[in-house]
Design a binder for this molecule. Structure first.
Ligand SMILES: N[C@@H](CCC(=O)N[C@@H](CS)C(=O)NCC(=O)O)C(=O)O
Length: 205
């Protein structure tokens, strides 16, 4: 089994997942900054030119960070990061999607649509970045209210992949130099707990 990866928000989701599982996987670094992900050689591995990619011993290629995490969860069930009971599994899925679609993608769009690095890779619309910059604090306020039952983690009392997507979202905050406001006390409490985990130093910056 071989992981093609790079210091990046989605790449870190898999790195943190691996660290939380306490497993080791041979990793090949593929550069994003120098355009290696976009090169012909890497596109033979992932036609979308994106990391992370997991290559299995039989040559099967698995892309998409969550698909890779699901494969690793099935191979190494403990500690469970996708929930155990039906209810837990549904809540983890729900929260992972909520964090990815409502927060991670919003903060990610700011960098994608303004940073020089992506100028040649996507059609940048800086006005769109501005709408997402305005939307993000609103979404964080929503999350703060959602955490008002003071549960320990995003999807309940157990750490899960939804928290890992949240960690990647915090990594993006650092990338675009956005500080979570102090008044969002529940998000701040969660942020402090997450940053105290041994898997956190895996984050860029
Ligand atoms: N949905 C994919 C997204 C993967 C993705 O966007 N990867 C970015 C890094 S976060 C990438 O490899 N970009 C390569 C490039 O811009 O050349 C996943 O979750 O794995």
């Amino acid at each position: 089994m071989k992981l093609y990866n790079s210091m990046s928000p989605n790449g870190m989701r898999v790195d943190i997942f691996i660290a939380e599982k306490g497993i080791e996987i041979e990793t090949v670094n593929v550069g994003i900054m120098d355009g290696e992900t976009q090169g012909e050689a890497f596109r033979k591995i992932n036609s979308l030119g994106e990391v992370p990619v997991l290559e299995l011993a039989d040559g099967t290629i698995i892309t998409e960070s969550i698909a890779i995490c699901r494969y690793l969860e099935a191979k190494h069930p403990a500690p469970a990061l996708f929930g155990i009971t039906e209810k837990e599994q549904a809540l983890v899925e729900m929260w992972n999607r909520r964090i990815e679609l409502k927060l991670f993608q919003v903060i990610g769009a700011i960098g994608l649509h303004t940073f020089e690095l992506f100028r040649e890779r996507i059609t940048q619309v800086p006005e769109y970045a501005e709408t997402q910059r305005n939307l993000f604090p609103e979404r964080l306020g929503w999350l703060d209210k959602e955490l008002s039952d003071d549960r320990a983690f995003i999807a309940g009392e157990n750490f899960s992949v939804a928290d890992i997507t949240g960690m990647a979202m915090l990594g993006l905050c650092r990338f675009v130099q956005y500080e979570i406001p102090e008044e969002l006390t529940r998000v701040k409490r969660w942020e402090a707990a997450i940053k105290a985990r041994p898997s956190w130093p895996q984050m860029p910056g």
